[in-house]
Design a protein around this ligand. Structure first.
Ligand code: HEM
Ligand SMILES: [Cu+2]
Length: 650
């Protein structure tokens, strides 16, 4: 039995008068006009700035500030030019001129009748945006992974410099921030957009045009970041600490423009996700009947919306120091580097939950399916997510124990950091409870779930060690920290994302995922991951600092092992990517509900029609009535009943 019952209710859509061909400028605009618009606007801005404006590079006293300003304006011009070129302003401008989009225009924007071209355009259909996010995430992982291989190559042997030290540091920072961006979007982007509206029985997101806006802003944000590598680099890691950032070459500005733009993108996406979830759930889908993946996505969107602006302000002030010569972070002029660190970590810590929470919620969702059991204590899972949202930010000082900024604050923050293990513990309990006496159907997504639980335990426990002030005195800034957060971000976050993508792959692509090749790829990457990062813990415990390219011979063996492991992660991931691409192109055609799931997205046909459901569903039960003959009985009562029956049979 599925979560649905259907009523017959169609709303007549009012049809405004059509003027001319649908789409207008949007019919011409696509990614190529966007790229042309961006490059031309940036070029013109640079030219005018350099030649005509007196505060250009010529000004002797402020040459640095002048050049920085020029580069900053050029990057901003790129973003604006790109957005104009892709048609982001077409709708608002028409609205301002008094003609809003007609119904046909809106359908055109949603991609109707455009075939594959819609994936290259400013398309509003949430399913198209979901696919765009997925491809973007894969591309970012490609870049980030390639940088990781270069980093490990450098660290494979002591005392041999493969790269120039500045370039090496920039590689580390770029790898870090590219991966963080990829991880932030990889679940909430593809699945939050493609699957979430289907799962709640809606026809689209609340604000379809904002949906396209958030994706293309993200797209525009990335080139300035990656360009830093050829513009002198960003040498101070993904955290872009100050005052190193102000002293850095112009590459740093690419990072700043990227984050400022990306923060708009996440804010817009967050508003859209939250509004959709709160207001557009199908009739009858009360909060208690809302699938747990939706609750997790909501939790992540709330954290992102509240805390991402901190990161944006941090970079706005940093850019201001570089571009107009303010001194927010310049100590000799009265600025404070602690201001930067506080702003940074006020997002920096909640951000790791923005990454891990949707993946965790997705895993809960598919555990139910592959164990064919109701979720063990839905309420506890909700309390877990709520607790994480509540405490997420009040732990940020654990990143600053060693800065001297507030020596007495260490212990309260040690306590709050350890407190957050409690809501996380709830989520683990729900996982274990759901597994308890379940009969697992060990398809690839479920196998990845086991792997994720293993990694979470290691990442979580090492996190508790690090939150101890005395331990952190020794471990801070070491390879131990790097191993800790890779267990959480990659071991739990990325592998979790792989599980949920494999699970929803048939719905998104209309094809079955090739599990045979996928399994080979996943297990290679997973085992190699253990080799790489367990030995990194060893290097850290021996005292090896992070962000160095030369190191003592004592650390040679563990580094050598890490590097070999990393190459195998690369191989495993390439095999997995091969499975993704080949399944997408020629996989077996997927039935509409291959896993026999009960949530709404599986009840509509595949490929999903433009309007999602022919008639909107009405929900009459919670989505987890697996194995329960009468889903209206409370789960506890049912378990009691099962027990009695078993006893009777004996
Ligand atoms: C949700 C999963 C988690 C993720 C994604 C995560 C991620 C990270 C990241 C990215 C850093 C390093 C930042 C940097 O310096 O570049 C870090 C450091 C840290 N993490 Fe976690 N973490 C997670 C869970 C935890 C937990 C559960 C705890 C403690 C109970 C914890 C405690 C710490 C501490 C204390 C540090 C700072 C260590 C130092 O720099 O000296 N983390 N974590
Ligand atoms: Cu933290």
């Amino acid at each position: 039995m599925s979560q649905t019952a259907v009523i017959h209710e169609q709303q007549a859509v009012p049809q405004p008068k059509q003027h001319g061909k649908p789409g207008g400028f949007l019919a011409q605009a696509n990614i190529f006009t966007g790229l042309i618009g961006g490059v031309v606007t940036a070029g013109v801005t640079y030219f005018i700035g350099d030649k005509l404006v007196p505060w250009g590079t010529q000004n002797a006293d402020f040459s640095q500030v002048g050049l920085n300003a020029l580069v900053f304006c050029t990057f901003v011009a790129w973003v604006i030019g790109f957005m104009v070129g892709i048609g982001a302003f077409a709708g608002p401008i028409r609205w301002a001129l008094g003609h809003d989009l007609t119904h046909d225009d809106a359908e055109y924007m949603a991609g109707k009748g455009q075939g594959r071209m819609k994936y290259w355009k400013y398309t509003t259909d949430h399913k198209v945006v979901g696919i765009q996010y997925l491809v973007m995430a894969l591309v970012l992982f490609g870049f980030g992974g390639f940088f990781a291989m270069l980093i490990r190559t450098e660290l494979g042997v002591t005392w041999r410099e493969v790269f120039d030290p500045n370039f090496y540091n920039s590689l580390i920072g770029t790898h870090g921030i590219v991966m963080i961006i990829a991880m932030i979007i990889v679940v909430a982007g593809p699945l939050g957009n493609f699957i979430m509206p289907l799962m709640i029985g809606a026809r689209d997101m609340a604000f379809p045009r904002l949906n396209a806006l958030s994706f293309w802003l993200l797209f525009a944000a990335v080139p300035p970041l990656v360009l830093n590598l050829v513009l002198g680099g960003m040498r101070d890691g993904w955290t872009a600490y100050q005052p190193l950032g102000t002293q850095a070459p112009i590459g740093m500005i690419g990072y700043q423009v990227c984050i400022i733009t990306f923060a708009f993108s996440t804010g817009i996406a967050g508003v859209n996700l939250i509004t959709t979830i709160v207001t557009m759930r199908a009739r009858g889908m009360t909060w208690a009947r809302t699938p747990i993946f939706i609750i997790g996505t909501l939790a992540a969107a709330i954290m992102g919306l509240i805390w991402f602006p901190m990161f944006q302000y941090a970079q706005l002030l940093a850019a201001s120091d570089k571009v107009i010569g303010t001194s927010f972070y310049i100590p000799q002029n009265g600025g404070s580097v602690w201001l930067y660190e506080n702003l940074f970590w006020l997002l920096g810590h909640p951000e790791v939950y923005v990454i891990v929470v949707p993946a965790t919620a997705g895993i809960l969702e598919l555990m139910v399916v592959f164990l064919r059991k109701p979720l063990f204590s839905y309420k506890m899972a909700v309390a877990g997510f709520a607790g994480v949202v509540g405490i997420s930010a009040v732990v940020w000082v654990h990143h600053m124990y060693m800065t001297g900024f507030a020596p007495q604050a260490g212990y309260p923050f040690m306590l709050s950091t350890e407190l957050i293990s409690i809501p996380f513990g709830f989520l683990v309990l729900v996982m274990l409870g759901t597994m308890w006496r379940g009969k697992a159907w060990n398809r690839l997504p479920m196998m990845i779930v086991y792997a994720v639980i293993f990694d979470k335990i290691i990442g979580g426990i090492t996190g508790v060690y690090l939150s101890d002030v005395p331990v952190d005195q020794y471990m801070h800034g070491s390879m131990f920290v790097v191993a800790h957060f890779h267990y959480m971000l990659m071991g739990a976050g990325l592998f979790g994302a792989m599980a949920v993508i494999v699970y929803w792959f048939p719905k998104m692509t209309g094809r079955m995922f090739d599990e045979r090749i996928g399994k080979i790829g996943f297990w290679t990457a997973f085992l190699a991951f253990q080799v790489t990062f367990l030995s990194m813990f060893v290097a850290g415990l021996q005292g090896m600092p992070r962000r160095v390219l030369q190191f003592d011979n004592a650390f040679e063996i563990s580094n050598w092992i890490s590097t070999i492991g990393a190459y195998f992660i690369g191989i495993g991931m390439l095999i997995f990517l091969y499975a993704v691409i080949t399944s997408w192109r020629n996989g077996k055609v997927a039935p509409s509900n291959p896993w026999g799931s009960k949530t709404l997205e599986w009840q509509t046909q595949t490929p999903v029609p433009l309007e999602n459901f022919p008639v909107l569903p009405v929900v009459t039960s919670d989505p987890y009535g697996y194995g329960v003959p009468d889903p209206y009985l409370k789960v506890e009562e049912q378990l009691d009943k099962d027990d009695n029956e078993t006893v009777g049979a004996r």
